[in-house]
Design a protein around this ligand. Structure first.
Ligand code: SAM
Length: 398
């Protein structure tokens, strides 16, 4: 079947906000189908695969047959993931990024698999997500309350946009240029920080007791300071003398003469994502409450919180991105894209894939009236559309 061209034309920026395509299919088949679409390139892929916990969820989560290979009980799960990751690698554009949620059981195996498929050089980071306050008690005296998000770029061109700096209270100082905080030394640290590394960046500065910094001793009360560290080693400043002269208003000296670069806040300022993600809104409890609100009751065991997926999408993809999630479950990724589009004027489109796994009548999702897992995904898309007629989605069985 052909993709609707108005949804997946050449220029995704021209697509109406909130658009989503749901493919109801085995994801390997769907990925093969997407690969045939000549002009389709994915900017960001987020997946939350079955973790191989052995639990009996509404979807199959036990691929632990003992195998003779060195991968042992992990072999079948790796064999399941490998072709899907290879297809993802082919679908991503050169700046594209993939993020995969996983827990301790498959983390080391997934890391090695992704190193081989995406290249070790394209590994960006392992984020650690605090997923509950109290954790699970499987191991003696350890309540595990974290999981991971593994991040890889398709190539070295992949770059994260960072996250919006929401902690504005830390900008506790102010001058005529705005609010700022003091958190970065003007003296270079680490590699290539010695005087001999950049001799032209070794020069005296002068500071006053009210924190002003000058490149010339224009007044008697100014105190001279050099870029030497606490051990007396001669290091260097971050900038050359000329830049320090024209931008001296960006420098600040403490009463003891330690020189810093002022870090100004600005509208929509972005900072690097931290590798430990521990916001309240990232907790699994939050996801459970969100699902209950949307579906009226608990219908799924392992949903992800919207806040976490929103922040990952916002950090890892441009505002006009095509975002792919082929383990869609309750469709959190499409919901997160929709909300980002609304809140930030972005125009991301999402492609979801969810299998039509039959749900037993006895499972709580079955009792709630869902016959297969893709119906649960579509239910959420329908709900968004009911609340906002501007949101449009297409569901196809491929
Ligand atoms: C861990 S859940 C994802 C939950 C999702 N992140 C959410 O927030 O609801 C994994 C999902 O992938 C689906 N799935 C598993 N194997 C699949 C396959 N081969 N093709 C398509 N979907 C599959 C399962 O039915 C399940 O809904």
């Amino acid at each position: 079947m052909e993709l609707p061209t108005e949804l997946f034309g050449l220029n995704p920026a021209h697509v109406d906000e909130g658009d989503c395509l749901l493919l109801k299919s085995d994801n390997l088949k769907a990925l093969g189908w997407l690969l045939q679409k000549e002009h389709l390139k994915v900017d960001f892929c987020y997946i939350d695969p079955p973790y191989n916990t052995g639990s009996s969820f509404v979807y199959h989560d036990k691929r632990q047959r003992r195998d003779v290979s060195i991968w042992s009980k992990h072999h079948d799960w790796l064999a399941f993931m490998l072709p899907r990751l290879v297809a993802t690698q082919m679908l991503l554009n050169d700046q594209g990024v993939i993020a995969v949620s996983i827990d301790d059981y498959e983390y080391p195996y997934l890391k090695i698999l992704m190193d081989s498929v995406f290249g070790e050089i394209n590994f960006i980071s392992s984020l650690i997500v605090c997923r509950s306050k109290n954790g699970k008690g499987g191991k003696a005296n350890v309540a595990v309350n974290h999981e991971y998000v593994l991040l890889y770029g398709k190539t070295q061109k992949a770059a994260l946009r960072g996250v919006e700096d929401s902690d504005l209270e830390r900008y506790d100082k102010e001058d005529e240029h705005g609010k700022y905080k003091i958190d970065g030394l003007f003296r270079k640290k680490g590699d290539a920080s010695r005087r001999e590394d950049r001799p032209n960046m070794f020069y005296p500065l002068y500071y006053s007791q009210d924190g002003q910094v000058y490149t010339k001793k224009i007044r008697e009360d100014l105190i001279e300071v050099w870029p030497s560290d606490s051990k007396g080693i001669e290091r260097r400043w971050l900038w050359g003398r000329e830049k320090a002269e024209s931008e001296s208003w960006k420098l600040y000296a403490s009463a003891k003469g330690v020189v810093y670069v002022k870090n100004y806040s600005s509208a929509n300022k972005r900072i690097k994502i931290r590798s430990i993600l521990d916001k309240q809104e990232y907790l699994n409890d939050k996801a459970a409450r969100e699902v209950k609100l949307i579906y009226g009751e608990k219908i799924f065991e392992t949903p992800k919180p919207i806040g976490l997926i929103k922040d990952l999408i916002d950090c890892c993809s441009p505002p006009d991105a095509v975002v792919l999630d082929y383990f869609a479950g309750t469709g959190t990724t499409a919901h997160a894209c929709y909300l980002l589009n609304k809140e930030k004027g972005a125009c991301r489109k999402s492609i979801l894939v969810e299998h039509e796994f039959v749900i037993p009548d006895t499972h709580f999702a079955g009792v709630a009236g869902f016959r297969n897992t893709a119906e649960m995904t579509e239910f959420r898309l329908r709900k968004i559309k009911e609340a906002d007629s501007e949101f449009d989605y297409v569901a196809l069985a491929v």
